[in-house]
Write a protein that binds this ligand. Structure first.
Ligand code: PLP
Length: 516
């Protein structure tokens, strides 16, 4: 990294021109290294009033309900579930080449494959399917969207995209990721990893190993050591909130602040993969001292304050079926992002979305910061997890925000050998026994991984307590009969993200050492 040693109030320059900062007198530190005064930028304190662009339209609910949490919504439209038999499902999964992505909706009883784009929209959001403005350029839906996202994030520059991975591709290409680059994160998701790899770069995860309530954070000392040695190869750092790859665990505000300071020292921008930022903010309010009286909106803005920009899949905490955005502080970077957006996604006032989608997201962002909604969501996922724990099922704890994760290594210990994809094998068995579709996140998805987790992702505002109780019974049966679970082997695979299209078969021999 090339750095001029400057005084407060001067610019400091790095090789990457995106990294040219002016240091205000109130926002700098002086350190003494080898007799030279070195100035580096640190993020100033978060100031709520300054960051608030428009007041939130949601009034804050009471923090507690007298008789416990209930869903703060009622059903208005329903969709029937097709019930099937074990024999049907065995036939279907064989035809689907043991890949759960190949099943169709009528072959599934409960779908916990993902919480992405699978939630129920509110009546107000659905109303926008009619009221959305479908003007090609400069629609009122885009103007509503920009205001809603600016208010949600405090970032000035908002670029709509059709979903999270489009945001990643455009951001990473614009930042010039190449084969000399390594991008550290607390936990790259498969799409962020694949988009970096597609550009020739590599990824590295430094997930915190602290046994705190915030286990999703960055291992600060590993990040710092890595940057010290490899700074020239790191164009930016990513933080995923919550940490989907590692049990959906939240990241604390203090961890984000530390990442921000270290990255500032090395002149590296920080980008937040913010798909589940509202859920993460709820954990901060509930469990991190000092945030008890903050609103969810303010916590979200403060989290983002410690970054230079974000990628977002609105299919999660946007409470929408499609959509996303990139938001950044730097107008010059925004111009470059828009140039690529226009070529690959669409004009900068729609980014591949219809006006109705933009409006549905704007409304979703108002609803997702509602504390009653978040309390019910986080509590119902925890309740689901606790029912499994009570039956002795090995589940990742503390519970994350959007999913319950079964530890397949422990669940299938001595039943399926590590090379036969324990997490995927367990996910297949859960489908065969009970028609529940989950997602194995282990070596089948991340070939380097030694973790084998089955993610039971909970779609937002879709399933009731009875559905969770049914799923628990299915998991319990498979646990009782775990010696019968067969490992899997890949017959055919192609390229990055092989799990979407690979074909598999059960291994001939049951490799359970306890098998009798
Ligand atoms: C943490 C994380 N980042 C990025 C993405 C990609 O978002 P999308 O599916 O909208 O492309 C996902 C999707 O599940 C995710 O969980």
């Amino acid at each position: 990294m090339q750095e001029t040693h400057s005084m407060a109030g001067d610019n400091y320059i790095t090789e990457n021109s995106l990294q040219c900062h002016t240091l205000p007198k109130t926002n700098h530190k002086l350190t003494h290294t080898n007799g030279v005064h070195k100035v580096y930028k640190i993020m100033g304190p978060y100031e709520p009033e300054k960051n608030l662009i428009a007041p939130s339209s949601i009034s804050q609910p009471p923090t507690e309900l007298e008789f416990g949490w209930i869903p703060p919504y009622k059903t208005k439209t329903i969709e029937p579930i097709t019930i099937s038999t074990r024999t049907d499902r065995l036939k279907w999964i064989t035809a689907a080449k043991y890949n759960l992505f190949n099943l169709s909706t009528d072959q599934i009883i409960l779908d916990f494959l993902t919480d992405s784009g699978t939630g129920a929209m509110s009546a107000r959001q659905t109303g926008h399917l009619i009221t959305g403005d479908e003007t090609y350029a400069g629609s009122s839906s885009f103007s509503n969207f920009t205001k809603a996202v600016q208010n949600f994030t405090s970032f000035p520059e908002i670029i709509p995209v059709h979903q999270g991975r489009a945001a990643e591709r455009i951001l990473f290409s614009t930042l010039g990721v190449n084969s000399s680059h390594v991008i550290p994160s607390n936990g790259h998701f498969d799409t962020t990893q694949a988009n970096i790899q597609l550009l020739g770069g590599t990824t590295v995860d430094f997930k915190s190993t602290d046994a705190t309530l915030f286990q999703g954070g960055m291992d600060i000392s590993k990040l710092s050591t890595f940057l010290k040695k490899n700074s020239d190869h790191v164009p930016f750092v990513m933080v995923t909130v919550t940490n989907n790859t590692y049990g959906g665990q939240p990241v604390s505000m203090s961890n984000l602040k530390k990442v921000s300071s270290i990255c500032a020292w090395y002149g590296k921008p920080v980008f937040i993969d913010a798909c589940r930022i509202a859920e993460n903010a709820y954990f901060i309010k509930r469990d991190e001292p000092g945030f008890e009286n903050s609103t969810i909106s303010d916590i979200i803005r403060e989290m983002l304050h410690y970054s230079d920009g974000m990628t977002m899949s609105a299919k999660k905490d946007g409470l929408s079926h499609i959509g996303g955005w990139i938001a950044v502080k730097d107008p010059a970077l925004a111009e470059k992002l828009k140039a690529l957006l226009i070529v690959t996604e669409g004009f900068s006032t729609y980014g591949g979305l219809a006006g109705r989608d933009l409006d549905a997201i704007s409304q979703g962002l108002r609803e997702v910061v509602d504390e009653q909604y978040l309390a019910h969501r986080i509590n119902s996922v925890a309740h689901f997890g606790q029912m499994l724990v009570d039956l002795g099922i090995p589940v990742v704890q503390p519970f994350g925000g959007h999913a319950v994760y079964i530890d397949a290594n422990k669940f299938l210990q001595d039943c399926v050998s590590p090379q036969n994809f324990p997490a995927h094998s367990l996910a297949i068995q859960l489908y065969i026994e009970g028609g529940i579709r989950t997602c194995g996140l282990g070596s089948f998805v991340f070939p380097e991984s030694t973790d084998e987790l089955v993610r039971i992702a909970v779609p937002r505002r879709v399933y009731a307590k009875e559905h969770f109780e049914y799923a628990v019974k299915v998991v319990a049966k498979v646990f009782r009969e775990r010696t019968l679970v067969k490992g899997m082997q890949i017959l055919k695979e192609s390229g990055l993200m092989r799990h979407f299209s690979a074909e598999l078969v059960p291994v001939e021999e049951n490799d359970c050492v306890n098998y009798s």
